[in-house]
Design a protein around this ligand. Sequence first.
Ligand SMILES: [Zn+2]
Length: 267
Amino acid sequence: MQYIDPHIHMVSRTTDDYERMARMGCVAVSEPAFWAGFDRGSVDGFRDYFRQLTEFEPKRAGWSGLAHFTWLCINAKEAENVELSREVIKMIPEFIDRTGVLGIGEIGLNKNTKNEATIFSEHLELASKIDELILIHTPHLQDKYKGTRMIIDMLKEHSELDPGTVCVDHVEEHTVGLARKNGFWCGMTLYPTTKCTPARAADIIERWGDDRIMVNSAGDWGPSNPLAVPEFIQEMKKRGHSDAKIKKVVYDNPLEFFSQCKRFKFK
Ligand SMILES: [Zn+2]
């Protein structure tokens, strides 16, 4: 079955991973800007990263026949450095109109600190001003519920933002309702250790339905599986769900969400 991985950090993966994903049916990936495993020292570090995301990575994806899309921001972890964050935010408009850029992301919270909240809010202001889609990272484990609440409250303060243009990612059983009830899109991340397993993601779809929801591998430099979406497809098949229903979650939904971006072109 053809699928899209709507959240995967391919700069941390190998060309062999692209090839294996293509063989499993992946036709497109979307890559949010994220923390590289170390804090970057200057705005020029981010400029080079944005060039990698918009120039080289689409080329490398193309070697395996995949389309590559991307999102720009400074992630929540490095947002602790407010001065650097503001310089990065100021630079985003230089890159936003490049081919394949879908919007601002993944922004959000990590440890739910004041500085993170300040920079999250400044990203929202930029997205609202230049009318861009938003992809949101919600915190891990014990910080998730509180952080997701804070994020939703801040989004609601920006009443000009259409919830249909925002995806709240890494939702789990205890946070999916917060995003869904407020009209936002949701992403479920299939991780080998934390976040969701394919079975838990399938349970969530069975409980909450298949509208405005997607699954992703969030493959990165840590323990993660770039082929997690095919595992979810397999789990849904085993449970007897129709191909049309599975395709809605792994292909139609990401396409519908991305299609709201004015630059989005696919096939
Ligand atoms: Zn991510």
